[in-house]
Design a protein around this ligand. Structure first.
Ligand code: ZN
Ligand code: ZN
Length: 347
């Protein structure tokens, strides 16, 4: 076992990162050392890389970046019960304390003492990552490591669908970034009978069609509310999943829902949103919610089943792989507006 490893570290407050040689972390009680096969760059890694305002608050430097990965267990600490050397694993990003009232109530994903891998906990843009066993999910040896690495963001899509029950209903997914596209794909497997997609980008709408959307609406050219009302004979949809982070899309989503419709916010709004509570909460009785991460572990169980079934079509989302040394090009590519996940190979 070598002593040192390469790791992409956030060492200074500002745009960029540094590739460093650091000591491989030592296993301890309850902890598992994973050799990272491949890692994926998420939108939130971009925010860390570019050091956006909301990241700079409450994040202590230095730390190793990255939270979406697939790897193999190489060492387990005392007391680890569910993992052995050689197990193929993917990672949950949220490190819950296991002791607070949310954890004890079965809502570990909302732990009040949460640490986040790749921000407040050492991340996976490195040759090895050391995590508590509660943050690992076992997967089959045959799963493409890139698919393994995007099971975490797929879990966000699946969690939003768990919370809005699209089965048998009509669904609109506003915004076609990678998670919006995964939502479209998974919703069909979860029984949504008609899926509408919106985006300003023709390329993303084309991808939405590939991923199973029945209708594509270019929100830069068409009025989304008029278009969806026309396609639903004025009735609107049962479920809206807002995946764009646009405040305008949020308000359109409330309007295109049927009375008592279900709304889930995935995209992170850039500013507080004002809306007419009388119209939407009282007179329409809308159910408006958001989701944070993945339920531990009911979401993961569904994600595992989806991957095992082979029924999701994630291939269109798999972008290029860069060596860890080429991280700057990888981040540039990931920020170029591509809908594909970009991967880092730390070996
Ligand atoms: Zn992520
Ligand atoms: Zn907790």
């Amino acid at each position: 076992m070598p002593e040192m490893m390469k790791a992409l570290r956030k060492t200074f407050p500002g745009a960029g990162a540094e590739l460093k040689e650091i000591a491989i972390p030592r296993v301890d009680k309850g902890l598992v050392l994973v050799k990272v096969e491949i890692a994926a760059i998420c939108g939130s890694d971009q925010a860390v890389y570019r050091w956006s305002k909301n990241i700079a608050v409450n994040t202590e430097l230095p730390f190793t970046m990255g939270h979406e990965y697939c790897g193999t267990v190489v060492e387990v600490g005392d007391g680890v019960q569910n993992f052995m050397v050689g197990d193929r694993v993917v990672g949950e990003t949220h490190v819950p304390c296991g002791k607070c009232y949310m954890c004890r109530g079965g809502n570990q994903h909302l732990c009040v003492n949460m640490r986040n891998i790749g921000k407040t906990y050492q991340g996976c843009f490195a040759e090895y990552i050391l995590v508590p066993e509660s943050c690992l999910i076992k997967i089959d040896q045959t799963v493409d490591p890139r698919v393994g690495a995007i099971m975490e963001p797929l879990g966000v899509a699946v969690h939003a669908l768990q919370k809005t029950s699209p089965c048998g209903g009509t669904l609109a997914v506003l915004g076609c970034g990678p998670i919006g596209l995964m939502t479209i794909n998974a919703s069909k497997q979860m029984g949504a009978h008609t899926v509408f997609s919106t985006s300003r980008s023709p390329a993303k709408l084309k991808m939405a069609e590939k991923m199973g959307a029945d209708y594509q609406i270019n929100s830069g050219q068409e009025d989304v509310i008029d278009a969806i009302k026309a396609l639903t004979n004025g009735g609107g949809v049962d479920v809206v999943i807002e995946a764009s982070g646009s405040n305008e899309a949020f308000l359109e989503g409330l309007e295109i829902l049927k009375n008592q419709g279900r709304f889930c916010l995935l995209g992170i709004p850039t500013a507080p949103i004002q809306f007419d509570a009388d119209r939407y909460l009282i007179r329409k009785e809308l159910n408006i919610t958001g989701i944070w991460g993945r339920k531990m572990y009911s979401t993961w169980l569904l994600v595992e089943q989806f991957i095992a079934s082979g029924k999701l079509d994630l291939d269109p989302l798999l972008g290029s792989t860069y060596e860890l040394e080429d991280y700057a090009s990888a981040f540039e590519k990931a920020a170029s507006g591509t809908v594909q996940r970009i991967f880092l190979n730390p070996v």
